[in-house]
Design a protein around this ligand. Sequence first.
Ligand SMILES: NC(=O)c1ccc[n+]([C@@H]2O[C@H](COP(=O)([O-])OP(=O)(O)OC[C@H]3O[C@@H](n4cnc5c(N)ncnc54)[C@H](O)[C@@H]3O)[C@@H](O)[C@H]2O)c1
Length: 448
Amino acid sequence: MGAGKSTLGDEAARLSGRPFLDLDREIERRHAPVAELFERGEPEFRRVEEELAAEVLSSPEPAVIALGGGAVLSESTRAVLGRRAFSVWVDVDPAEAWERVRGSDRPLARDESTFRNLFAERQLLYDQVSSTRVRNVDDVLLAALEIEVARGRLSDLDMQGQIAVIADEHVLELHPLSFEPSEVHAVPRGEAAKTPSVLARLWADLELDRSGTIVGYGGGSTTDVAGLAAATYLRGVRWLAVPTTLLGQVDAAIGGKTAVDLAAGKNLVGAFHYPGGVVVDPDVLATLSEAQRREGMAEVVKAGLLAGRPLWELGEDEMIRGAAAFKAGVCLGDPFDEHRRAILNLGHTFAHALEAATGYEGMSHGSAVALGLLAALRLSGRSTEVVEEVLAPQPVAVDGDRAWAALQRDKKSQRGELRLVLLGEDGPLVAARPAAEVRAALNELIAD
Ligand SMILES: NC(=O)c1ccc[n+]([C@@H]2O[C@H](COP(=O)([O-])OP(=O)(O)OC[C@H]3O[C@@H](n4cnc5c(N)ncnc54)[C@H](O)[C@@H]3O)[C@@H](O)[C@H]2O)c1
């Protein structure tokens, strides 16, 4: 009571594109005000609450549900929660909660000592039904995709059982593992790990049986290939991602996409295979080069623009949590990239076109995304100040016609218009813009 479940639930639902249902409000909508039901006796209220909880929890449609503070008193509700829900405990200081509910019409919040006793009594039950405690919406979204962000976590990481670590060879040297896994498979650093031949070598060398776990330890390249090895080896085994780049921690290790490259293009062979957990330790970023950090910052700025939150102004830990949570929310709402996840392409249409025009050499993906964000903001009628200040993108010397041809191939223009991710008044949207305007925006990114 007074923990903020309704506010947090509403926000988590919005960010994960799911419907939100507040059980108390639903009871009031269908039956009578909670205070009135309580007047008929608490058992009557609990009966109605239990019935409705069973109904909403059995709905096949994924939803975010805020339960009343006493709903867990019912054994059958606890059992349904165990079977059907991922539950989090909204942690709040009892004094703060009391301040929020005192003077309200809540039947069980008439005096402070009753309130505090209830709070104490229910703790054990909350602990029993929930996977974790949360304080804000970032915590909720991270927990829902089993993403843990904790400084120093890698130094006490201990994994038991059959564990095969697939690691970037350079990362393994810089940050040796704190435990001894049953197998370690070093892969070449960076993009060179994402090849069919590296994948085939992993298939041949892995010794795990189906109960084992693969751990991907490195940047996005390593987690991409390790995830694909996990998706395919023995028809699929569990895996964990331990991303060691900023880009990996806020983007690549989140959302279940795994892949290797073909000669014809990047990420052309892959699978969706969500990791069973993502361990994010910001300490590991201390050895990252400035250039590699910028790769990640481009995605942080993108996430902040999409979320409408200046994530780039936060300290490193909160920035990583916020950006990772934003991506987690989008992926929860569209786990297999069928609709809403398209918004994550903000600026990427231009970025891909510029990269293609350079023949994928001579310009980093992060610099291309930074330029792409400039173009997307201009076409959205928004200020580009943040991108200029945080990412300082410089126009790139490429053949404009080549970049334009690549962009059109990518977007298949229809009746002289191109569909792009833009930022509208109420957030991101996919909208059509006249080809001439898009071409002009592209030209602005190209050095004379
Ligand atoms: N699956 C997805 O959803 C997704 C999303 C975005 C990007 N990606 C993929 O991610 C890849 C790019 O990944 P990336 O930018 O994270 O880097 P990376 O894995 O390509 O590594 C880049 C370099 O950083 C080094 N490195 C890694 N961790 C380090 C550390 N802690 N200290 C010092 N050096 C370190 C590596 O050795 C390597 O030299 C691309 O292949 C891209 O396609 C995937």
